[in-house]
Design a protein around this ligand. Structure first.
Ligand code: SF4
Ligand code: SF4
Length: 276
């Protein structure tokens, strides 16, 4: 059975798909977005040890060259995350499928499903498939929140065992996407078309950042593809909470600008548009 590094598990979430869901956040990402609001999930800890001495609760130690985190002692001050030079955290735990299932089953009577997120959870696609096969036995739905940067045509088991995906379209223009994430978006656009054909998308998400992105261009292009479908389009206002302000320090979009983008999407034919 597979194992994965888990950053956190939120027992009850109503922002990670429809209904009340248990959300499992996996560590590690294959993009490096300027506006990432949880940049400590991007890299796997390299055990450099730089965070250990600053821990005020004595919750970190180095043993055999590895940083060990004691969750019982941790007071969640996040000092370790603030000092980490590697966009990482020592506060992760390796879980087996059985261990994650044990937690999910504690909540199964109170949730409609589970959602894997991250980081980029699909980097652990084998682990997700194994968990989803178990979760489906209990009649719960299985969702994946993804940046879409792996080619899903090459991951048939993941696609088959996932009820619906929530896919980020961060920017439509390729050069803008590279500027924002460090990578091109060709595969993401291919996945968008592929998953729509299979009726596997619940929601598309675009973060609106007025000063650095051509948000209207992205909204128009995405809306033309979503027009007439039942897929929800979520427009997310960029917020400064948790972001690396040395990389991005721009103003939030105004409410009227968000409404303007929403109306543009509706005019083009998107049936469900949500602003957050
Ligand atoms: S959040 Fe990090 S620094 Fe703070 S108590 Fe926990 S392990 Fe120590
Ligand atoms: S969490 Fe960051 S600072 Fe701490 S040991 Fe890992 S890489 Fe180093």
């Amino acid at each position: 059975m597979s194992e994965a590094l888990v950053n956190k598990i939120i027992p009850f979430s109503n922002v990670d798909g429809p209904g009340n869901r248990t959300a499992v956040f996996l560590q590690g990402c294959n993009l490096n977005c300027l506006y990432c609001h949880n940049p400590e999930t991007i890299n796997i800890c390299n055990n450099c040890g730089k965070c250990v001495t600053g821990c005020p609760a004595d919750a970190l130690e180095i043993s055999n060259g590895r940083v060990i985190w004691d969750s019982d002692k941790c007071i969640n001050c996040d000092t370790c995350i603030k000092v980490c030079p590697n966009s990482s955290t020592p506060k992760v735990k390796k879980y087996s499928v059985k261990e994650v299932m044990k937690i999910i089953l504690e909540y199964k009577n109170f949730i409609s499903g589970i959602t894997f997120s991250g980081g980029e959870c699909t980097l652990n696609h084998q682990f997700i498939v194994e968990v989803f096969k178990e979760v489906h036995k209990y009649g719960l739905t299985c969702f994946v929140d993804t940046n879409g940067f792996l080619d899903f045509e090459n991951l048939p088991e993941l696609v088959k065992n996932t009820d619906k995906f929530m896919l980020d379209i961060k920017a439509w223009d390729s050069s803008e996407h590279i500027k924002l994430t460090g990578k091109d978006n060709n595969i993401i656009k291919k996945n968008l078309e592929y998953l729509i054909k299979l009726d596997k998308i619940y929601e598309i998400r675009t973060v609106v950042v007025p000063e650095i992105l051509d948000n209207e261009n992205s909204v128009v292009n995405v809306s033309e593809i979503l027009s007439g479908t039942e897929i929800q389009y979520k427009l997310i206002k960029f917020r400064k909470n948790g972001v690396r302000l040395n990389l991005i320090n721009v103003d939030m979009a105004t409410d009227s600008y968000m409404e303007k983008l929403k109306n543009r999407a509706i005019e083009i034919g998107v049936k469900k548009v949500v602003i957050t």
